[in-house]
Design a protein around this ligand. Structure first.
Ligand code: F6R
Length: 369
């Protein structure tokens, strides 16, 4: 059942190109428009949405953080992302024009379920993004967009995360499409790019051997830090979470701009720091900032592990280790940038002799609050 792989996690990492393609299947028509008829919230209601609130836990929360960038950019609707376990305790401001998106692989996470119940009590519409047919969260929501990752067995979420991202992009683009924004042409272009992305994920998977080697060489380290900006920031958080849960190492993700406000004090000689670098095309300010962040930490002794787009030569002098990913539009980069971090954590866990599919103290679906 592991299909020749040592662990379900390895199998599920390898299944990601298919999971991504399956989640797009039937949702983009021949003319390149989105058809999300299954989202049974009437178009006139979607046009009136004045706020999007995303609730989720763990890895699904990281997908939500990335979705915020896409939703706000393509739709100009304000979007909040909240840990489901915190949500209802702060008396959130919700109304009938709020769209609440609950993201959950299992569809059974109690924190997320309680958050969506709270939202519905306030009269908000709830859209579930879920991987498990007929589970509780979609049953209690107004609408559901299923991710088609197939069953995810390993406790650490991988392919479900990538498909959650795809589903979030679809929702963001769909909202942009039904409401009409000034980004119409960009939305069309991104839909085309999205339909190519499965092949790019495949290409990343083919180049992972150096990442495995690097991971093995770091097996006796105590701490690994992860830095990113913009959508690279949640990717950094996800890389750190994977490492905590699988390798039982101290790992933290930071927004690179926050370094100077404290975390830079952690940098010491030979400390591994993974940096997710945005595309040098387009948002050059963002790019320049992160290159100077890499210089700053390297000057203080960090061992830099740089994830950068193919063709990005400016980062080469500052990268002790360079991991290449294919060029994608900025907002889609998490789909390719997360993959090396999954492989990295999985290999480190193996090197440290940990049980990859069943990390200690964790359960696949957390049905208690
Ligand atoms: C991390 C992980 C957890 C889950 C979280 C939410 O690898 O698996 O952080 O993402 O418990 O679970 P779901 O998506 O089932 O609601």
């Amino acid at each position: 059942e592991k299909g020749g792989y040592d662990y379900f996690m390895l199998k599920e990492i390898a299944e990601q190109p298919k999971a991504v393609a399956d989640t797009l299947l039937g949702r983009i028509d021949a003319a390149g428009s989105l058809t999300l008829d299954e989202v049974r919230i009437p178009v006139h209601e979607l046009r009136e949405v004045d706020k999007v609130v995303i609730v989720a836990c763990g890895t699904a929360f990281h997908a939500g953080l990335i979705a915020k960038y896409a939703i706000e950019h393509w739709t100009r609707i304000p979007c909040e992302v909240e840990l489901a376990s915190e949500f209802r305790y702060r008396d959130p401001i919700l109304g009938t024009r709020s769209l609440v998106i609950a993201i959950s692989q299992s569809g059974e996470t109690m924190d997320t379920l309680m958050a969506l119940r709270h939202a519905r009590e306030q009269g908000s519409k709830v859209l579930a993004i879920c991987n498990t047919n007929g589970s509780t969260i979609p049953r209690e929501s107004d609408a559901v967009l299923y991710t088609h990752a197939g069953p995810e067995v390993a406790v650490a979420s991988t392919k479900a995360f990538l498909t959650q991202l795809v589903a979030c992009y679809l929702v963001a683009l769909y909202l942009g499409q039904v409401r009409g924004t000034k980004w119409g042409d960009e939305i069309q272009a991104v839909i085309r790019d999205l339909s190519q992305i499965s092949g790019e994920v495949e290409r990343v998977l083919e180049t992972m051997e150096p990442v495995r080697e690097l991971a093995r060489s770091l097996a006796d380290k105590k701490t690994v830090l992860f830095l990113g900006r913009h959508v690279g920031y949640p990717v950094a958080l996800e890389g750190a979470l994977k490492l905590k849960e699988l390798a039982y190492m101290h790992a933290e993700g930071f927004a690179a701009g926050e370094l100077k406000h404290g975390p830079i004090a952690l940098i010491e000689d030979d400390l591994p720091v993974v940096v997710v670098v945005p595309s040098p095309r387009g948002r050059s300010v963002l790019y320049d900032k992160i290159v100077s962040n890499i210089q700053e930490i390297r000057a203080r002794g960090a061992r830099t592990i740089v994830i950068a787009e193919e063709g990005d030569e400016a980062v080469v002098p500052y990268a002790d280790h360079l991991i290449r990913i294919p060029a994608t539009p900025t907002l889609l980069q998490p789909l390719v940038a997360t993959v090396p971090l999954q492989v990295f954590a999985c290999e480190l866990a193996t090197a440290r002799g940990n049980e990859v599919d069943q990390p200690r103290n964790l359960a696949k679906s957390v049905t208690v609050e």
